[in-house]
Design a protein. Structure first.
Length: 423
């Protein structure tokens, strides 16, 4: 089993642009929309732009196959012609499906475009996540027929039934079918990459074929220096800091443990433990969080912050807290863990398969029993009385952050592609 200590040894001294590029024709198929205006300019959202740019630092001939939406461009997108690195990218514009019925009607055109793109490629990179039809379901048989090198990276398993969500016959049938299809896709890859060990064990018939690469988006410039972190913590553990300040950031859904967190806060209030909880994000439980923020508690305070752009605004916000709390009851990992590490912020998290590999209990944070409000309240009570312990955990987290940058993630992926596919 892979552990965080395995990657502590990795170095981020070399940037991906210094590496010898992969020269084979590389087809990357994703379900993320590429936007195009009336003049033909292409746009991507900020985070996908950031990630695709890292691909281009080591892939010389990249073709991007993705749904394309033409017309008015949503605000906040980045034009690809703003960076010459994108000048060599070729595009395959797949039909944009509005629903499953539309996707079925568009299937002949979609498959024809994918078949042509796969024929021209040497390496095909697809996925088993996507709505309404994951690209891997369509591409896997074509890739095997055309005998191309095949890569799939699994970063989430959203198709699985989520804890706390209503289960119907249809949702269970869909989840079971998706699990079987995705296992079939993964078993037919030449390179299977996962973000944590449970995905590898459950989605491969022979798990020893799989590889683990933790998924981080932080850059070296995002990471606080040791001196900066000490200065930040000096203020947070000063005698004036009498209230524990914690941040919850992510989708506000039952599977993320939001209801568990709100119940734990009630228990803390009854015990008279002073805690300030800020909730960052959107989701179906946003109104529930807003209602909780309007209650006049005796000892605790809850505030909903909406959303904050990824980057400096988020990192600066994180610096004001004693810990990031992740009370999830699902098996997914969380990239926000690495964002917190970069700001010397320890983690109070559920002991789930997606978190126990990346949160080191007693070193970068503390783990608790998932779905247990009392256990969570007890750990927050401990945290409120041990701010200096949180500082030690946070300072250690900086060491981890330096080995888990967005660039180092892509370095590992590039090396795996070269070694496993014998390019």
């Amino acid at each position: 089993m892979s552990t965080m200590s395995d990657v502590e040894k990795l170095s981020d001294d070399n940037d991906t642009e210094c590496l010898e590029p992969i020269k084979q024709r590389y087809l990357l198929c994703v379900g993320i929309i590429c936007y195009q205006d009336q003049e033909g300019r292409r746009y991507l959202d900020q985070l996908w732009y950031k990630d695709l740019k890292e691909h281009l630092r080591y892939i010389k001939h990249l073709t991007l196959a993705s749904p394309c939406q033409r017309g008015t461009i949503p605000t906040g997108l980045i034009p690809l012609d703003s960076d010459p690195l994108f000048d060599t990218v070729e595009f395959v514009d797949l039909p944009l499906a509005k629903g499953f019925a539309t996707a079925v009607l568009q299937l002949p055109l979609t498959m024809a475009l994918l078949w042509q793109a796969i024929q021209r490629a040497d390496v095909v990179h697809s996925g088993v996540a996507g709505w309404p039809i994951p690209p891997g379901w369509l591409m896997t048989p074509m890739v095997k027929m055309l005998k191309k090198k095949y890569v799939i990276v699994v970063e989430s398993a959203f198709w699985r039934l989520q804890p706390g969500a209503a289960v119907t016959f249809t949702s269970k049938l869909r989840a079971d079918f998706s699990e079987r299809m995705n296992r079939w896709c993964m078993d037919n890859t030449d390179l299977a990459v996962f973000t944590h060990d449970e995905y590898k064990e459950s989605l491969l018939s022979h798990p020893e074929r799989g590889h683990i690469i933790y998924c981080s988006w932080i850059d070296k410039d995002n990471i606080l220096s040791h001196a900066e972190a000490q200065r930040v913590w000096r203020n947070k553990v000063s005698p004036e800091a009498k209230q524990l300040k914690i941040l919850c950031a992510g989708r506000l859904t039952a599977s993320k443990g939001i209801l568990v967190l709100l119940e734990a806060m009630k228990l803390l209030d009854e015990a008279g433990i002073s805690v300030k909880l800020d909730i960052l994000g959107q989701g179906e439980l946003r109104e529930e969080c807003d209602r909780a923020s309007q209650i006049s508690y005796k000892a605790i305070a809850i505030e909903t912050l909406g959303t904050v752009p990824y980057g400096p605004p988020l990192f600066e916000l994180m610096q004001s807290y004693h810990a990031l709390i992740i009370p999830t009851i699902s098996d997914e990992g969380h990239r926000v863990v690495y964002d917190a590490y970069s700001q010397s912020l320890p983690i109070i998290a559920s002991n789930t398969v997606g978190l126990r590999e990346i949160v080191q209990d007693g070193r970068t944070g503390v783990l608790i029993q998932p779905g247990d409000p009392a256990a969570l309240a007890d750990k927050l009570k401990w945290a409120a009385h041990n701010l200096n312990e949180l500082e030690s955990l946070g300072m250690y987290s900086l060491n981890i952050a330096r080995t888990l940058t967005h660039q180092s993630m892509h370095q590992q992926r590039r090396q795996l592609i070269l070694d496993t596919l014998h390019l």
